[in-house]
Design a binder for this molecule. Sequence first.
Ligand code: F6P
Length: 540
Amino acid sequence: MNGDITRSQEWAALGKHHGELAGIRLRELFADDPGRAERMTAAAGDLYLDYSKHRATSETIGLLLALAERAGLRERIAAMFGGEHINVSEDRAVLHVALRMPRETRLVVDGQDVVADVHAVLDKMSAFSGRIRSQEWKGATGRPIETVVNIGIGGSDLGPAMAYEALRDYADAGIAARFVSNIDPADITGALAGLDPATTLFVISSKTFTTLETLTNARVARRWLVDALGEDAVSRHFVAVSTNAAKVAEFGIDTDNMFGFWDWVGGRYSYDGAIGLSLMIAIGPERFREMLAGFHTIDEHFRTAPFEANMPVLMALLGVWYNDFFGAESRAVLPYSQRLHRFPAYLQQLTMESNGKSVRADGTPVTAGTGEIFWGEPGTNGQHAFYQLLHQGTRLVPADFIGFAEPFEDREGMHDQLVANLLAQTSALAFGRTAEEIAGEGTAAEIVPHKVMPGNRPTSTILAPKLTPSTLGQLVALYEHIVFVEGTIWGVDSFDQWGVELGKKMALDLEPALTSAEPPEPSAATLPDPSTERLVRRYR
Ligand code: F6P
């Protein structure tokens, strides 16, 4: 929709409906309609969604679906998959879905078959990964590679780092991966600890190849390697992933050993392409392609399933429901899988860099809250940390619980206990315990209020058979499309990130004030404000 969605009759209808539903409890919704547990579910690929524990009825879903139609979601999906320049502020297509299209498909964008390009890069990555994994590729001293160190930040780090943690069990060639992102020297110091330069390969991952943190860490890594093995060793121990061949060459990496991507892949949408090279080396090209097939399964579901059975659409609309009508400010993502411990951090960039916007794509101010705050930790750790607030606090925090049926290992029934905790939490959050129930257990009257569990706290439960490369791809694609649908409803450009630029520039401008021989004059142009000026003096 062009213009302000909050002025539409669909938005008004939802506002009215919220007034009617806000006082109704999940206990009542289930008592009145026990069939909702069966009905309010969706399936996509291997993912199963139970959304019955939401403060929503069939009427709510109908109204939300009408809002999606009003926002032009159908046309927007077609526009994305068709390669239209929907990233308006950067005048770019948005085609991360092409990164996982099967080889036999064709998608011509701006005169170029992007699927053919994607597979050419995948083939190059596969060949290179194969050489590393088979030990055909040797380091400068003739020894094979044992550790891959990915140096990148944001989308050039979080995706492969998250996925490597999730899929470590599939790292079958004896090659470990480490990840360096922060400009804090502690990060690279920790990553290099215990490594032998002769068996270490650095993958310098940067879409732009201009990012300060990445280039600084890459220089430190280069110095570490050259000090040990000499300048000639660089070509055997450094490769690059980037869209910027000129900058890669300028850094001293042979562009034959560069793996490319395109401006139509946003950084936070890029780990299923060349940015996933470190992951591919660890788990192998076949597993990597299984992951891509998992992504593609959800892409196809998103593109073709009717909205009322469309998992990303339903989850996104429920996000809008809480964000804009209940005033909820955040969404917890709680994977009951230790292997997904970096998943919430990955989602933070995916969702918040995409939809943390306060103007619409046409430059006019938004009139509704945008950009849910995503956060979370794996269960059960979170239960012993912040769940108190989820259960009894004053804030409404909708939560996504993610679990897997089949464990990699099971020790003394621990996996069943893990899943029992997931299910118990969602039930406790939804239904709580009333004062009468607690008093009925013989609790002293003055303690009863402390023990009341208000319930009525909404959750989604996502279950999958097992955490595999495919199911990981499915999960990531699910959230990518949730971002897309929410961005469409809010009318924002989910694919730019201008808000991160100013701070980067100011840090560059400010650095001399910290390092110059003499402290700068308080009036110096490099000191942006009196508070910062005092902090600079304190630091010095
Ligand atoms: O700072 C934001 C950002 O541009 C992200 O969007 C991106 O993923 C990250 O920096 C890293 O950028 P690059 O891959 O160009 O180094």
